[in-house]
Each structure stands twice: as C-alpha cells, then as structure tokens.
Design a protein around this ligand. Structure first.
Ligand SMILES: [Mg+2]
Length: 394
C-alpha cells in the first residue's frame, strides 16, 4: 500500500466540536445535557444531525440563526483552541514523509482555512462544499478530492469520524478510508458491522501505523486494557522473560488497578533478551514497527492495534540499566538501579515495575498533559511523594 495523500475530515477528526455544540445550547437556551442527549439519539438512529435543532426548537431555521449569530458577534466558528492535541503532530508527520496533506469537510472553506491558519497546521489542500460544488457524502465530493490530490484514489487515505459521510463514501470512491473513534459519531459508528473490515484508530497518533500497513481491526479500541496487559505479561512470564513495567501501566501497576485508558504497554528488559521477546510476541501476532526502530527500542503492534513498546537495557555493575548509546562522558540515558525495584499488581498478578519515586521524577522533565497530571497526582496521593511544582492540581 503506497499512500501519497492523506485527507482529514474536520469536525471530531482534527477539531473537537464540543464547544460549538455547547454554544448552540446556550444560544437556544436549552440545557447542555439535553442537547447532547438529543444529538446522541439522532446519531444512534442514523438521522441528520441538523434534526437536533428541529427537535429542540420546532421550526428552527439554521441558516437564518447562523446569520443572526454573526450579527450578534457570536458566529459559529472553529477556533485554533478546538484542535485536538494529536492533530498537529500527526499532520506534521504525514507531511514529513512527503505525503500531501488535505483537509476536506462540510464546513465552509473560509472557516476551515482560517482555523488552519490560526492553528498553524501544515495543510496543502483545503476542500469544502463552496469550493468543490459538492458536499459529503456525495461521490462528487470525493471525486473532487481525488482530482485535488493529483494521484490515483488507491494512493489516497481519508480519515473521518463517521461511517456514513466519511469512510464509506471514501471507500466507495476507491479511497482508503480510516475511521477515527472519537466524538459522538465515532463512538457509535466504530462498533458497527460496516466497520468490521475497516482500520479503526482511537487517536491520530495511531495513523502512522495504519499507513505503514499495520491495520488495527474492529473489536479494538486500540487501547491496552488490563486484560491485554495481563495476557502479554503472562505470555512473557511463561517464556521466563523478565520485564519491568514503565509508562502509564507502570503507574497503574503501582496503584494496583487500572485508573485510566492506556495506549500501550511500556516494558524495560535486558537487551540480551530483546531478540527473544520479539520472537515470542511475533508468534503471538505482533509485528515490529520498522520505521524509527532502534536496536534498543522498538514498538510491536498486533492486528487489534495493541502496542508494546520495548526498551532494552544493559545492566552495569551497580545495577543501573544503561539505555541506548552511552557516551564516554557518562551522560547517556539510564534507568537508575533504585528505579528498577518497584513492585505492583496487574489483574491480580504481582509484577515488577519502576518505582513511584522514579515515575514522579521522570514526569517532571516536560510539559505535563492530562494523563501526566492524573498519574503524578495519583502517585502523590497513594505514596505521599512530593508533588513537583508544575503538577499542583489545576
Ligand atoms: Mg467529522
């Protein structure tokens, strides 16, 4: 599969529309929960989302109200702040690999264009109904998209959060459709039978794997659940491969239960065993992601999109795990001996992991995201470890 152009849907794919819907609730003076419940019902019944307005306010004229909102200085517009955190790195990655980046949705082109500029996204082509004279889900829209891409449809991928308006018409046009499971449509559409043989991703961070031909399939939320982690750890244990759990699952092992969703399972192991672990996981259906792979660090993914991130270390005399190239100056990355002494529990089984002290210290070196806040605060509460300043609860 050679993909030369990747097009992205707008709402709930690159931009979180939640704020826009909240503003409609405010504008209509209806309870926010009522609006989201109604939206959910309309989606579940496969009806047009614009019916939400009619249900909440019979006789509602969307176009007229939009004009009124503009006059009132409260236009229905995407903002750079609505962009999902994974959108920019994903687009930059697609572009860095020499692929054309397109954004094509049913929003007006000036709205998309402005949001792209505000968010400083690397986009080559913007497609919209007012530009292309066609809107999704019509085949004409996707025909215009193919023309704009300048490559055959089988070399184009389209990422969207809906089956009916994004992925299925894209696929019917010969384009490689990828469903992203987020927002009110994604959550309803991903488990559907029509998504059975489609690649489904839980975040744009997973897109590179799909483009490399590793297709997570249905049934996967592309998450690493407690049962998944336990299954993999049991498999490794049965082959006498010793591992220490790092990352998010390392935190939850310390806590003794799953406290948040996880994308992957981070494992530290002896470098001398990294070939064997790759064999064992390979026999269990995991494939090595070759791109960006280094001998001491690579990711393996299975068809369900489950990811294991392997970190090989060489122990020195003091028991420190030396990770990656170690310059003579001694400033290479290491897992300190004291960090590799943690113990925890996953699915009732005792496991080895990084210590809570190491986890907290290791989180302090960069700008924390929500998951980092969650993890560090949980460790602070459970183990009384002092909170680094940037982690004081917001
Ligand atoms: Mg969408």
């Amino acid at each position: 599969m050679v993909i030369r152009a990747v097009f992205f849907d707008v709402g709930y794919t690159l931009f979180d529309e939640t704020r826009l819907w909240r503003e409609w609730a405010e504008w209509l003076r209806v309870d926010e929960r009522r609006l989201f419940t109604t939206l959910g019902e309309v989606i579940a019944q496969g009806r047009d989302h614009r019916e939400v307005f009619e249900l909440l306010r019979p006789g509602f004229d969307l176009e007229a109200e939009q004009t009124t909102r503009i006059r009132a200085g409260r236009p229905h517009r995407l903002r750079a702040s609505d962009i999902y955190a994974d959108a920019r790195p994903c687009l930059a990655n697609v572009k860095a690999r020499g692929r054309l980046v397109g954004v094509a949705g049913n929003f007006p082109s000036d709205v998309i264009q402005q949001a792209m500029l505000d968010a400083d996204l690397p986009v080559d082509v913007v497609g919209a109904p007012d530009r292309w004279g066609a809107s999704k889900p019509s085949i004409a829209f996707f025909q215009r998209l193919i023309d704009a891409a300048g490559v055959p449809p089988e070399q184009i991928a389209y990422v969207g959060d809906r089956l009916d308006t994004d992925v299925i018409p894209a696929r019917d046009s010969g384009i490689y459709g990828i469903l992203i499971r987020r927002g009110p449509w994604g959550e309803v559409h991903a488990p559907k039978a029509q998504a059975m043989d489609l690649p489904v991703i839980a975040s744009l961070a997973k897109l590179p794997y799909v483009l490399r031909g590793l297709r997570p399939v249905r049934g996967s939320t592309a998450e690493m659940t407690e049962a998944d982690a336990a299954e993999i750890l049991r498999l490794l244990k049965s082959h006498w491969i010793e591992v220490w759990i790092d990352g998010g699952w390392g935190v939850d092992a310390l806590l003794g239960h799953q406290s948040r969703p996880h994308d992957d399972l981070d494992l530290v192991l002896r470098q001398s065993e990294i070939g064997r672990i790759a064999e064992v996981l390979g026999a269990a259906g995991f494939r090595r992601v070759e791109e960006a792979a280094r001998p001491f660090n690579f990711v393996m993914v299975d068809r369900r999109g489950r990811e294991v991130d392997l970190h090989g270390v060489v122990f020195d005399a003091a028991g420190n795990g030396l990770y990656g190239p170690q310059p003579a100056s001694g400033s290479g990355r290491i897992y300190p001996a004291a960090a590799i002494t943690g113990t925890g529990t996953i699915d009732g089984e005792s496991v080895r992991c990084m210590t809570a002290e190491y986890q907290v210290a290791n989180h302090a070196g960069y700008d924390p995201g929500d998951a980092d806040f969650h993890d560090v605060n949980a460790l602070h509460e459970r183990f009384g470890i002092e909170l680094p300043r940037q982690f004081a609860r917001r």
